[in-house]
Ligand binder design. Sequence first.
Ligand code: SIN
Length: 284
Amino acid sequence: MDTAGRIQVVPSGAACGATVRDVDLRRLDDADVAAIRAAWLEHKVLAFPDQQLSDSDLEAFTLRFGPFGDDPFFAAIDGHPHIAAIRRRADETSSLFAENWHADWSFQEFPPDGTCLYGKVIPPLGGDTLYTNQQAALAAMPAELRAKIDGKVGIHSARGGYAPDGQYGDDDADRSMQIRPNDSAYATQLHPLIRTHPETGAETLYSTIGYIIGIDGMADDDARLLLGEMYAWQTRDEFQYQHRWEPNMLVMWDNRCVLHRATSGYDGYDRLLHRTTIGYRAIA
Ligand code: SIN
């Protein structure tokens, strides 16, 4: 256990993740924010149990860590243009939202630094969120694989999910979550497969196959093979943290150095979380 000022940070014991106690996220002073930021950079995923946050509180918390990010394919909840509801009904038959590993919105020119998710209705079983530490994955990567990806630039796109012919597109049915697919999902954006975290200076793998649809200057078949090899490494069990939700728990993660994905296992139960995006902030 580590105490940074008044807050208490308990590491998960897995490759990333920590629980933060003794803090009320509605009443943070600058020292609290600095301590949370330091813990966030160290552990990459922070969980804050037993918070009583209104939607306005969630927005205010988010803004302590950066500007709001741009959420191009979500409809916001009423009265809160920066909050999306991650929602699934007990009897819903649509494919699970966000079940593939990803870094949020990595197809943007300036992808978001982080994401906040606040648990409102949490099923008694299933629905965990998985995280994988991409700094650790890169550090442990075999030299032979690293040599293959070093200097390579990924082509990112939202088309697989959010284009009209994507997973959440025109043929999607029985989905309670308000997703808004559109043609802008076909756009592409380049980012190196290995990036330096702007705040910690650590090298990290960035994003994965799915949002990465190719490698700049490489034939599609070769790129698919290499991205598949990278995926098999970056999602290995030893880099993962499995997060179990509670109602009134807020989790914030660092998209610059973790991947995450949703899991199923709660058929017959509703699940609802409110999500904000911590936008890109240039580091001087
Ligand atoms: C997300 O990727 O925003 C959702 C994760 C989850 O539902 O567990």
